[in-house]
Design a protein around this ligand. Structure first.
Ligand code: FES
Length: 71
């Protein structure tokens, strides 16, 4: 499995982001919090939001925009 770096600032790769999402993270801030980090530049947020939406829709959830935009 290829692990791509999602957050350059904090060194979060796809596996780490997916771990956080599987644990219930539903926003970039929650993904960072899961790994005891914080958002720095914010350039990863769009990609993280996309990963959250993909996971939610794969799990049968409907519109996840409110979940991501809540923080
Ligand atoms: S790339 Fe994630 S905070 Fe900068």
């Amino acid at each position: 499995m290829v692990r791509m770096i999602i957050c350059v600032c904090r060194g979060l790769n796809t596996a780490k982001v997916n771990d956080a999402i599987a644990a219930g993270a539903r926003s970039p801030a929650q993904v960072h919090r899961h790994h005891d980090t914080t958002i720095n530049c914010g350039k990863c947020c769009e990609t993280v939001c996309g990963m959250i939406r993909e996971t939610a829709s794969a799990n049968g959830c409907g519109d996840t925009r409110q979940l991501v935009a809540a923080e």
